[in-house]
Design a binder for this molecule. Structure first.
Ligand SMILES: Cc1cc2nc3c(=O)[nH]c(=O)nc-3n(C[C@H](O)[C@H](O)[C@H](O)COP(=O)(O)O)c2cc1C
Length: 201
């Protein structure tokens, strides 16, 4: 399946460069991105990148378009309690959803279907509609609670893709490690990319 619309959620775990790399690639591939960012996600984004987001969703949308140098119409930003937004409904669900990075808190909410905010609701919708959902969980070490939640979701068909870069492809910079993880997410989505050398290349 070729992805035309993607719901991309950032929660408050370390790993903002992955979110930025993924969003850049998708936008430049012409994919419509519905961006959801939790409050802790905005804090982490501000700490780990030069992309400071704040204000209402319209302001964030304008800032993202400026940052990634794309048409603002390619990006939709929705607030955490915007229950009327398309990702909240199975009738207008995107082709796929990625939560990158995914906190252990959001992982637990998604695993138990609590739908407390729009990120959790959107993931719940994607699961019920049996569309691709990729979680990029970030914590170390994992507790049995985290592992049980991941197993439960994996058994439902959710892809659990921890940001564990390989080193065998030759690493010259941190960007190479980020690209490795972003490439694996794009591969799961079936989005063409040459971000990182492939095994055997
Ligand atoms: C700088 C910073 C880094 C954090 N890193 C992680 C992390 O790697 N994994 C995690 O599960 N929580 C992490 N947290 C804690 C979460 O942000 C916190 O549990 C929050 O309630 C998660 O909410 P959310 O899932 O809605 O974003 C971090 C918090 C801060 C401020």
């Amino acid at each position: 399946m070729s992805i035309k619309t993607l719901t991309l959620a950032m929660t408050g775990a370390s790993g903002a460069p992955y979110t930025i790399g993924l969003m850049r690639h998708c936008l430049h591939a012409g994919i419509q991105v519905q961006f959801l960012c939790s409050q802790p996600g905005q804090i982490v984004l501000g700490m780990e990148s030069d992309l400071k987001l704040g204000g209402n969703p319209q302001k964030m949308q304008a800032r993202l378009a400026e940052y990634f140098e794309v048409d603002p119409a390619l990006i939709n930003v929705y607030a955490k309690d915007q229950w009327t937004a398309p990702p909240a409904s199975g009738s207008s669900v995107a082709d796929a959803m990625v939560v990158c990075p995914c906190t252990m808190g959001s992982l637990a909410s998604i695993a138990t279907g609590t739908s407390e905010n729009l990120i959790h609701r959107a993931a719940d919708v994607v699961i019920k509609e049996r569309k691709p959902l990729i979680l990029v969980p970030r914590e170390t070490p994992f507790s049995s609670i985290h592992l049980e939640n991941m197993l439960k979701l994996s058994n439902l068909g959710v892809v659990i893709l921890p940001p564990n870069p390989g080193f065998y492809q030759g690493v010259n910079s941190v960007d190479d490690l980020v690209d490795f993880v972003v490439a694996r997410i794009l591969d799961q989505l079936g989005i063409d990319n040459q971000l990182s050398p492939r095994w055997g290349e």
